[in-house]
Design a protein around this ligand. Structure first.
Ligand code: C5P
Length: 238
């Protein structure tokens, strides 16, 4: 598994439409977390200029834009994202092998600065009956493993997954395949709308590489203190 300093494990989800708020948090948290995750809300509201401004704060950025389209379009979107030198970018694994290979190949153009290309398997908001509605008869866990294996076979660097899937994926896909895990809650934080949660240290101990943590940090009275506390808990394994 990746040897990272405890504070480098966390990507803070800046789920906001407010650029000034995002920049204030990104500047304050610099050096206290591994990076920043920017998703569709931020991108739709603040655009490429917003991404550029957050990137200029100097921390690694995970562009959580979940591309899913024909291979040519996804490859072009990945290529367009390289201007921001993102650390990670993601695509939907159900876009298939050709699409994922095109994404991975497009990332190669960045050479040494190539972003990690991460697959999204089954959205954790979907259960077995949702899958069935889309024509997928497998259990959620079988479908997650199938799509994660396909992601690896297609040249991706890892997948986003829930904590409940980490051990199975780690066992089947090896030590080098990156597992990026949201749904993280320290004991002292509110659950909000997350249902299946684990603590930061527990997620790392079962094999997660990166944790995506939003509100426990961004809504804390003191976000820097919350980030430091999380890093200390990871270091202590508690
Ligand atoms: O605030 P919180 O820690 O719940 O934020 C988690 C982040 O991870 C949000 O950006 C959310 O969209 C994202 N995410 C998630 N569960 C998934 C996939 C992504 O919570 N299965």
């Amino acid at each position: 598994m990746t040897k990272l300093h405890p504070h480098e494990r966390t990507f803070v989800a800046l789920d906001t439409s407010d650029l000034a708020q995002a920049l204030a948090l990104a500047n304050a948290l610099s050096g206290h977390v591994g990076g920043i995750k920017l998703g569709k809300q931020f991108f739709t509201a603040c655009g490429p200029k917003g991404i550029e401004a957050v990137t200029n704060c100097g921390m690694p950025v995970f562009l959580d834009l979940k591309f899913h389209d024909i291979p040519n379009t996804v490859a072009a979107a990945i290529k367009a994202s390289l201007v921001f030198s993102p650390y990670m970018v993601n695509v939907h694994a159900c876009g298939g092998e050709t699409m994922m290979r095109a994404a991975a190949q497009s990332a190669e153009e960045a050479g040494q600065d190539r972003p990690l290309i991460i697959g999204v398997t089954v959205l954790t908001s979907m259960d077995e009956s949702d899958l069935k509605g889309t024509g997928v008869e497998s259990s959620v866990s079988d479908q997650v493993l199938r799509l994660a294996s396909l992601s690896q076979f297609s040249g991706l660097d890892g997948v986003v997954c829930s904590a409940r899937e980490v051990e199975d994926l780690r066992e089947h896909l090896g030590e080098d395949f990156k597992l990026v895990v949201p749904g993280i809650r320290p004991d002292w934080a509110q659950k909000n709308d997350q249902k299946r949660i684990v603590t930061p240290a527990a997620a790392i101990s079962i094999g997660a590489d990166y944790l995506v943590i939003g509100r426990p940090i961004t809504h804390a009275k003191d976000p820097v203190e919350a980030a430091d506390k999380i890093a200390a808990e990871i270091a202590a394994g508690i």
